[in-house]
Write a new protein. Structure first.
Length: 317
């Protein structure tokens, strides 16, 4: 599968129009990993520096690419990077290996230190939880370690979402751990599957405890105030362009709740639960059949590139 990128010139031209013509000075530069293509990022930085464009933005990165390109972090901060979302996922190497993250705990720590040195807040170095082997004790141990190494950052602890079609999805499906089959609820708002040792309620309860512990730490509050990042972060979240996105998400949530309410009126709770149970059993059956095909050599344990390259190249903005 081929990704189609927008040219750096077009991106900078749009940012220039947003800032100078429309007065929009903040937003999100959406990229799964803005540091993945160094040559493209360097060109973006150069063009913004030449045109003297300052645009407060948040974006995503991976620990390994943060470390590989840490010399660019100060320049990114100067052109407006006010917050990084870095998917650390775990400080447990066993978990990282299990999900094939391709990073190490040492890289995770080095990435956080590099952002700290460049004065770039990492709000939500995400420590995912709810993997099949997680227990209450292991999650609490990760929480303590995460708070210790995160310093003035605000670590997030979202529930792991086993995206359909991924190897981890088939693993939890085969084990019968998925309990939520209303896919409108499959977001970072809560667990959709239990672990082998914890219920979904226990997972969500530990998440709430982690959230409270992370944002009320003196080191986090003082660090944000001392470095003057509060204004930039609020601008990034509450800028005009992002208010539209927030409103759209609210309306979508209301629509989903209305649909669920109507379904319960039409089918009744028992009927709806029966449908979800049927979906659960079908998912387990499919996952088991897939595992059998992999074991027999009829199927490779990877996602096929099912989108033709020529079609993928024409899609996207």
């Amino acid at each position: 599968m081929t990704l189609r990128y927008r040219s750096e010139g077009k991106v900078v031209h749009e940012l220039e129009g947003r800032t100078r013509k429309h007065g929009i000075v903040s937003g999100q530069l959406f990229a799964n990993d803005i540091l993945a293509r160094r040559e493209r990022l360097e060109e973006l930085i150069i063009q913004m520096e030449k045109r003297k464009i300052r645009y407060n933005f948040v974006t995503f990165g991976r620990a390994d690419t943060v470390v590989a390109n840490k010399d660019l972090l100060p320049r990114l901060a100067k052109i407006g990077l006010v917050m990084f979302w870095v998917g650390v996922e775990s400080l447990d190497q066993e978990i990282l290996d299990h999900v094939a993250k391709g990073t190490t705990t040492a890289l995770n720590r080095e990435a956080l230190a590099a952002c700290e040195e460049a004065n770039i807040p990492v709000v939500g170095p995400f420590y995912m939880f709810g993997f099949p082997q997680h227990t209450v004790e292991s999650i609490r141990a990760q929480r303590s370690e995460a708070l210790r190494v995160s310093g003035r950052f605000s670590p997030g602890l979202p529930a792991y979402i086993p995206t359909p079609g991924t190897p981890m999805y088939f693993e939890v499906a085969r084990k019968g751990l998925i309990e939520m089959f209303d896919y409108s609820q499959w977001d970072v708002g809560g667990a959709v599957a239990r672990t082998e040792h914890m219920s979904r309620d226990e997972i969500n309860r530990e998440s709430r405890k982690f959230g409270l512990a992370s944002v009320f730490r003196p080191s986090f509050i003082i660090g944000q105030l001392r470095n003057g990042t509060v204004h930039g972060v609020l601008q990034a979240f509450l800028g005009p362009s992002n208010m539209i996105n927030m409103l759209a998400k609210k309306l979508l949530g209301l629509k989903n709740r209305l649909v669920r309410f109507v379904k319960r009126i039409l089918f009744g709770p028992d009927e709806l639960e029966a449908q979800w149970e049927a979906a659960r059993l079908a998912t387990i059956s499919y996952a088991e059949a897939r595992a059998a095909r992999i074991a027999s050599g009829d199927l490779r344990d990877e996602q096929p590139a099912d989108v033709p390259e020529e079609r993928a190249g024409k899609s996207g903005p």
